[in-house]
Design a protein around this ligand. Sequence first.
Ligand SMILES: [Zn+2]
Length: 256
Amino acid sequence: MTAFSTSAILLRRLDYGDFDVIITFFTLERGKVSVIAKSAKKSTKRFAGILELFSELQILAGAGRGKGLPVLQEAVLKQPFSAIRADYKKTAYASYWSELINSWIEENFKQIALYYLFEHVLYELDAGNTAPQVLNLLFQMRFLSLSGHRPNFNHCSLCALELEDIKEEAIAVNLQRGGIICGKCSGGASSRKLLAKGTIKQLLWVESGQLAKAARIKFSQSALDESTNFLEEFVCYHLGKQPRSLKFLRQIRQNS
Ligand SMILES: [Zn+2]
């Protein structure tokens, strides 16, 4: 790997030996990348305390020895996003988004749209203008779409009846089928999960509207709650596990 310079958001840090730290960044130019930061653990001068979770940096990394990890050579702070780390609730949301990117995205696979999405939700979370729960819907809808796991909200997943033509106001959603099921196809099973038709339309808007405006959409509390439950379950289903950070996030939401 040759030397490279890129914007990067810090996803994860892991102490390595007595002096070094292995850092996983989500970068604009190369997608997810792990690098080694020599002497970052002890020396306060080397990177002057800027290698913090969720911060956005401009980094320069060079080839490591042999097949070793690239070595972090320079890092300049672009956005500290320090209001996120100062608030445990915001930290819980940012940790969840970071874990989704870290566990779902392959290394060295450039994904510019996902980078700008992640940067946008961190910026909004840090600024505090938009409710974290709404940003979470925005992130999950667009992340699922960008990673090829978009829930099908446009038509019945079995008979393809269009959303507009489905008469029920509460529509069944099915994780295995990946989306909505019309009343005729779902057969009124009592254990099914339901989403209000209006909620589904709002989620479609959150997914496809302008990124800067999408977070301004007003959700009722019930729409917010049912969307949150559905999307988090949908994510766990496709990931095949419950992210650790999601467990923490759920505990925090219950207590607040
Ligand atoms: Zn159907």
